[in-house]
Design a protein around this ligand. Structure first.
Ligand code: BYC
Length: 330
């Protein structure tokens, strides 16, 4: 029979756990070699790898417009933006690798459909104005969500986010500027901009994830200080950022129920179509199949690059100048 003394031993946190809890409580960072609970590690790998996949898949809707952007300057800007997204994916895969998961494992999970990536990238980009709406709304949502992640308790993730957020700010401005230019153009251009905003507004609100009462991971992630704000709090912050910017642009946000409540100091909004969101997560969005197929093909066609890079690294290692202890010449 277990005595009360034995039970108290079972419940007692280990020294490692105590140190981990202390670091979190004191706003200090957890680093790759520190002890961490398995669930903390798993949560980080899940979130960081999903984030990395989102950046990589997120290159497709815009990559689609590089050759068709309306001027050389706009092509160059868009190309730089898409390259930034590749870079963000790489910082994030590297951060996830510090937790003991290989790049190959993460890529397999993406290509087999096991890993999620952001719902937003399963929508099509039929017009040039979509580049404006993605920058303004999607990168705008990304900034709201990601600035607090710069303070995430896991060091490599937080540090990667600092650089990513700086670049996201530029992305958001370039999107805003595309829409502003269109809104100062012809009736047709204004209609194109409004149509893109109509199509991207709701999916960009859904990007923040399910409502707080249906978000299974939020409470624990906030306790671990990976997430600093809940999905609904960030969505609210995003809408309050958009309203004055929409006025400057002269576009209408497509939510007839949107209004500021003086009493609560919050925006009241219409209902997001969560059935649509969960369908997209199940792989049934307008572009899910196309996005994964494109990534799979790119991965297969890029095999020779990975092989060449691995061979180059092997050769570099084998021709390394020996250190003084092994090869010092008198
Ligand atoms: N799409 O308990 P919850 C970018 C999943 S890249 C798909 O609230 P959590 C950009 C969620 O994963 C933008 N799935 O989860 C790139 C969970 O499923 P699992 C990407 C979603 O993790 C290129 C389940 O729903 N940003 O900006 O606490 C060009 C329950 O959710 C989504 C990031 O990845 C979604 N929208 O909170 C332009 C930011 N939402 O994993 C722009 C980092 C939720 O249990 N990630 N799910 O099977 C985060 O901040 C958090 O992971 C989330 C979700 C707020 C997204």
């Amino acid at each position: 029979m277990t005595s009360p003394a034995d039970l108290s031993l079972v419940d007692e946190p280990s020294d490692e756990e105590r140190l981990f809890d202390e670091l979190i409580a004191n706003e200090q960072r957890i680093e790759p070699r520190d002890w961490m609970p398995d669930a903390y590690r798993r949560t980080l790998v899940r979130q960081i790898s999903q984030h990395a996949h989102s950046e990589i898949i997120g290159m497709q809707p815009e990559g689609n417009w590089i050759t068709r952007a309306p001027s050389l300057k706009r092509k160059a800007i868009l190309m730089a933006k898409v390259q930034d997204e590749a870079g963000h994916g790489l910082y994030l895969y590297s951060a996830a690798q510090t937790l003991g998961t290989t790049r190959e494992e993460m890529m397999d999970q993406l290509l087999s459909g096991k890993a999620k990536y952001s719902s937003i990238f399963n929508y099509p980009t039929p017009t040039w104005a979509d580049m404006g709406a993605i920058g303004w709304l999607v990168d705008g949502a990304a900034i709201c969500n990601q600035v607090p992640l710069c303070r995430a308790s896991y060091g490599p993730y937080g540090r990667a986010m600092v650089r990513i957020c700086k670049e996201e700010s530029f992305h958001q401005r370039q999107g805003f500027e595309i829409l502003l230019t269109l809104m100062q153009g012809t009736d047709e251009q204004r209609a194109m901009a409004q149509d893109a905003v109509d199509r991207w507004y709701w999916p960009s609100l859904a990007m923040f994830g399910p409502p707080d009462d249906q978000s299974p991971n939020s409470a624990q992630s906030m306790q671990w200080k990976i997430k600093r704000f809940s999905n609904d709090e960030l969505r609210q912050r995003f809408v309050s950022m958009l309203v004055p910017q929409a006025e400057i642009l002269g576009v209408t946000l497509p939510d007839p129920e949107l209004r500021y409540d003086e009493e609560t100091g919050r925006y009241e909004m219409g209902e997001i179509d969560w059935d649509e969101f969960f369908e997209v997560l199940r792989g049934n969005g307008p572009c899910n199949a196309e996005r994964i197929e494109r990534r799979r093909t790119a991965h297969e066609e890029g095999a020779w690059v990975r092989e060449a890079a691995a061979e180059y690294a092997r050769k570099q290692r084998s021709t390394l100048v020996p250190g003084p202890a092994e090869g010092a010449v008198a």
